[in-house]
Design a binder for this molecule. Structure first.
Ligand code: HEM
Ligand code: HEM
Length: 176
């Protein structure tokens, strides 16, 4: 087996785009808008929808990962780097699920399903900043960003130092 299953590769790249997009939009656009801004509702609706789609696709991806054959563990030529890569891979799953869970937590504690999607005329709370799931969402987003940067550094190391073309394993083509 020389590559991951094509469904896993497709979901990897779709999810990478959606997750990086949610991180950038969440921190640079959504969190920067005060809750009484006229643009806040649209931004929240988009962020929450994308966040939930990420959650659903991650469940699908984890299911595919656990039920399809995959290549043997990659070797970076160093035990520490190899364990780091494994930790980062499972860490990415855990952190993304924690982002979705804490996002849903903010949404439920602030009554957002009704206000944002249910047509309720209630205004948004003045801020989400004092809600525990909001604090968690912010902290986990930073941990996720750091883990993604470490993951990309791992790819750069394989691509430009080891030159072993590891990225082909997460792309499409013959698997044997
Ligand atoms: C992997 C999925 C997700 C990512 C990467 C993500 C990312 C982010 C980021 C980076 C922020 C700003 C944090 C900060 O700067 O402190 C944020 C805020 C927020 N997110 Fe998410 N999020 C995700 C899923 C969700 C979901 C599923 C929901 C709700 C259903 C949600 C609701 C919110 C809300 C309400 C805020 C607060 C906005 C504010 O303070 O004005 N997020 N998200
Ligand atoms: C939010 C972004 C990302 C997430 C959540 C993510 C997640 C993962 C996970 C969990 C794996 C392990 C295989 C599996 O269990 O599915 C993996 C493998 C991989 N990822 Fe990412 N990834 C992201 C972005 C990227 C980016 C931007 C690159 C490169 C530019 C990249 C390159 C790779 C490569 C080359 C592998 C294969 C490693 C191997 O064969 O052992 N990923 N990714």
């Amino acid at each position: 087996m020389t590559r991951y299953h094509p469904a896993l590769a497709a979901l990897h790249w779709v999810l990478a785009g959606l997750i990086i997009g949610a991180l950038v939009m969440g921190s640079q656009v959504l969190a920067a808008l005060p809750n009484d801004s006229p643009d806040k509702m649209f931004s929240l609706r988009a962020h929450m929808t994308v966040g939930l789609v990420i959650g659903a696709l991650m469940i699908l991806r984890l299911g595919t990962r656990l039920t399809t054959q995959h290549p043997p563990k990659a070797d970076a030529g160093n035990r520490l780097l190899n364990s780091g890569a494994r930790a980062a891979h499972w860490g990415l799953y855990v952190l993304v699920f924690l982002m979705v869970a804490s996002g849903i937590g903010i949404s439920i504690t602030a009554g957002l399903p009704d206000i944002v999607f249910g047509g309720s005329a209630d205004p948004l709370p003045q801020t989400f900043d004092d809600l525990a799931p909001r604090v968690a969402h912010g902290v986990i987003s930073k941990l996720l960003l750091l883990t993604i940067l470490a993951h990309i550094a791992g790819w750069l190391y394989h691509q430009f130092v080891l030159k072993d073309g590891l990225i082909r394993r997460m792309w499409f083509g013959k698997r044997h």
